[in-house]
Design a protein around this ligand. Structure first.
Ligand SMILES: Cc1cc2nc3c(=O)[nH]c(=O)nc-3n(C[C@H](O)[C@H](O)[C@H](O)COP(=O)(O)O)c2cc1C
Length: 193
C-alpha cells in the first residue's frame, strides 16, 4: 500500500514526533510505501497564493507532488497537536493548498464528490480532558477531520484518536500511547492489503 503520513509539530523532540516515528516504522516494516512529510522540517509554505486559487490553476512542482502522493495513497495518517481546537496553521495551509477542488474533490450539480480512495487515521494530542473537550467545545477536531475535510474528499473510513492529557501524562502512559498507535496503524493497514 501507499501511505501518506503528515506531521505538524514544530519541535523535533516532541511527543508528536515520537508518534510519527513509531507509525512510519510500523508501516514500513511490512513493506508499505510511506510518503512521510514533517511539514515544519520541510518548511512548508502554508499561505494559499492567488495564483493557486482558481480550479485547474498550474501548481508549483512541490505542491503538485503532495497532490499526486495524496491521490495515489491508499492510506493517510495525520498527526498533530490540538491548538485552539484546530490544527497548527502549517497543516491548515497544507489542507488549503493540497486538498484542492478539481483534484481531491469536485462539485457536480452542487453536490460534493470526493476523489480520494484512502482510509485515514488522525492522531491528535492535547491537554484538555476528553470529557471537557467534548462537553465544553464540542470536540471541533472530530468534526473538522471526519466531516469537513475527509468527508468532502471521499475518505469515508476515518479513525481518530485524541491522546490526552499529554501535560499530565507519565512516561509509562506515553509509552502505552506509542504502543497503541502502533497497534492501530498495523490493524488499519495490514501487511497483505
Ligand atoms: C498555540 C497552542 C495552542 C494550544 N491549544 C490547545 C487547546 O485548545 N486544547 C488543548 O487541549 N491543548 C492545547 N494546547 C496544548 C497542546 O495540545 C499540547 O502541548 C500538545 O498536544 C502536547 O504534545 P507535544 O508534547 O508533542 O507538544 C495548545 C498548545 C499551543 C502551543
Amino acid at each position: 500500500m501507499k501511505i501518506s503520513v503528515i506531521l505538524a509539530h514544530p519541535k523535533s523532540g516532541s511527543f508528536n514526533h515520537a508518534l510519527a516515528a513509531r507509525i512510519v516504522k510500523t508501516l514500513q516494516q511490512p513493506g508499505h510505501e510511506v510518503f512521510f512529510h514533517d511539514l515544519y522540517a520541510e518548511q512548508f509554505a502554508p499561505v494559499l497564493p492567488e495564483q493557486e486559487l482558481a480550479k485547474g490553476s498550474s501548481l508549483p512542482p512541490e505542491i503538485k507532488r503532495y497532490c499526486d502522493e495524496i491521490l495515489a495513497s491508499d492510506g493517510i495518517v495525520i498527526i498533530h497537536p490540538n491548538w485552539w481546537g484546530q490544527p497548527p496553521a502549517i497543516l491548515k495551509g497544507w489542507v488549503d493548498r493540497v486538498l484542492k477542488q478539481g483534484i481531491v474533490y469536485e462539485f457536480r450539480q452542487g453536490v460534493g464528490v470526493g476523489m480520494l480512495k484512502a482510509r485515514a487515521i488522525v492522531i491528535n494530542t492535547s491537554n484538555t480532558p476528553e470529557k471537557d473537550e467534548l462537553e465544553m467545545y464540542g470536540d471541533p477536531l472530530e468534526t473538522l477531520w471526519k466531516r469537513c475535510i475527509f468527508g468532502l474528499c471521499g475518505v469515508k473510513h476515518v479513525v481518530r484518536r485524541n491522546l490526552t492529557s499529554v501535560i499530565m501524562s507519565s512516561g509509562e502512559q506515553r509509552k502505552a500511547w506509542l504502543d497503541e498507535v502502533e497497534k492501530l496503524a498495523r490493524s488499519e493497514f495490514p501487511a497483505s492489503s
